[in-house]
Design a binder for this molecule. Structure first.
Ligand code: SF4
Ligand code: SF4
Length: 439
């Protein structure tokens, strides 16, 4: 069978050997957890507890602050110690509930969904605070609410895990494949979709074989083997690889009748619907040559990164950089008080030798950024325009289509900081469009 894929992309070393054979272990919660009201794309949740309140595992701490928002739940039982402005992954501060853990892990009564009707499934997903767990953190109920003129016929579970180093999805699919498959079945019901795929990269062929076997005899679901290439797990690239449908410029997967969900999200949906468990913990890969004992852990949301690192034996002497997520799209952090949130797929520690230099050279017009860009853009142009402060002109070069995958930066011999300029240009264009002066 030929491997399915998309055009262009890059082949960074996958580095998954550091943690792929480490079974998922539950990490005990620390004495205090720090649970932010904003862990998703959209409006922050509104805090619904106050200092001194007693909470259980699964108590709602934050109520959705709008349609594009998500409920937030406690990951421990104990007492609300404080509500503070606390550092987040973006280097700012956001409202955070601090809970003193009583170490009893008393749970709320979780109610599974009795009748799995499409509307009820989506309503329950909204109530349970599910967001995209591959790192995007887009509220899942919003993705599952396309307008009537855009019916969905296909659901794709993204099991590509194309970011180097990360193995949390791999371990999930290896150890709990029934949850991922069950999540896909629920998604098919929720959207009345005809067919579901679980896409797995060829560097995880054991998973592909396992899932394909479990799906034998099912007429509406199939495992598909994808070429190991970055960014194979990006939505548009994954949709093209599997269905050959092309999401139009500026469009969304629903424009071609598809919804994509990460395998971690599918498992979270399964746990919520079948067991009643809201989203208050997640699997995180802790890895890199800068951490002493890499592994995959089920971590209560709100656990500070410093605590996780300590439980993994600490940093090596030559640890140089900590990234939340993978090396291609992750965010570098220097404050280890930051907690694990719904979007933390990995904690990657690179050594000083492995860090990519901050200095960059001139563009040598080699064209490598163009030949690797999976969105067929001209990435060098974004720096040219940015350096000339012609930010708005980047719209003419389709900068809004950039998925910030980092393939161009990886391929660039001069290590030009293309994404930095892309982000700036996108922000300026969106701001300008909001003001109504379209360029
Ligand atoms: S321009 Fe954007 S989409 Fe293209 S390779 Fe660079 S980061 Fe990826
Ligand atoms: S890869 Fe780098 S050096 Fe080559 S054209 Fe693109 S920006 Fe310039």
């Amino acid at each position: 069978m030929g491997l399915l894929t998309f055009k262009k992309g890059v082949h960074p070393p996958d580095m998954k050997f550091l943690s792929k054979d480490k079974e998922i272990k539950r990490l005990e919660a620390p004495k205090n957890v720090y649970i932010p009201m904003s862990q998703h794309i959209g409006a922050p949740a509104k805090c619904v507890v106050k200092k001194g309140d007693m909470v259980k595992v699964g108590t709602k701490l934050g109520e959705m602050g709008g349609f594009v928002s998500a409920n937030i739940f406690s990951s421990v039982s104990g007492t609300v110690k404080d509500i503070v402005m606390y550092p987040n992954v973006f280097g700012a501060k956001s409202q955070t509930v601090v809970i003193e853990n009583d170490e009893r892990q008393i749970k709320e009564n979780f109610n599974p969904l009795k009748e799995e009707e499409s509307k009820l499934i989506i309503e329950k997903i909204k109530e349970g605070g599910i967001v995209g767990m591959g790192g995007a953190t887009f509220p899942t109920h919003v993705k599952l609410s396309p307008p009537p003129e855009k019916p969905i016929d296909t659901i794709i579970i993204n099991g590509a895990e194309c970011e180097p180093y990360l193995t949390s999805d791999y371990r999930l699919m290896l150890e709990m494949p029934e949850k991922v498959i069950g999540g896909l079945e629920l998604l098919l019901k929720a959207l009345n979709a005809k067919f579901g795929y679980i896409g797995v990269e060829s560097n995880k062929i054991d998973i592909y074989q396992k899932i394909a076997k479990l799906l034998e005899g099912k007429s509406n679901m199939k495992a598909v083997l994808l070429k190991t290439k970055y960014p194979q797990g990006a939505e548009k690239q994954l949709i093209y690889a599997i269905t050959k449908r092309k999401v139009p410029t500026g469009g969304l997967p629903m424009d071609v009748g598809v919804v994509v969900q990460n395998s971690g999200t599918a498992a979270a949906i399964y746990e919520l619907i079948k067991e009643g468990k809201p989203l208050y913990e997640r699997i995180v890969t802790v890895t890199g040559n800068g951490i002493k004992e890499p592994g995959n852990f089920l971590i209560p949301i709100g656990t500070p990164i410093s605590y996780v690192i300590e439980k993994c034996g600490g940093l090596t002497d030559d640890a140089g950089k900590i990234i939340l997520g993978g090396p291609m799209m992750g965010i570098s952090v220097d404050n280890l008080d930051i907690p694990v949130t719904k979007g933390t797929s990995g904690i990657l520690v690179m050594t000083e030798n492995e860090i990519f230099k901050e200095d960059y050279d001139r563009c040598i017009r080699c064209g490598k950024c163009v030949t690797t860009c999976p969105m067929n853009l001209s990435p060098f142009k974004y720096i040219d325009l940015g350096e000339q402060k012609k930010y708005l002109e980047a719209a003419e070069w389709n900068v809004l289509d950039c998925i910030e995958c980092g393939s161009c930066v990886y391929a660039c011999p001069s290590k030009r900081p293309i994404i930095q300029f892309v982000k700036m240009e996108k922000a300026k264009i969106i701001e300008e469009r909001k003001k109504g002066s379209k360029k």
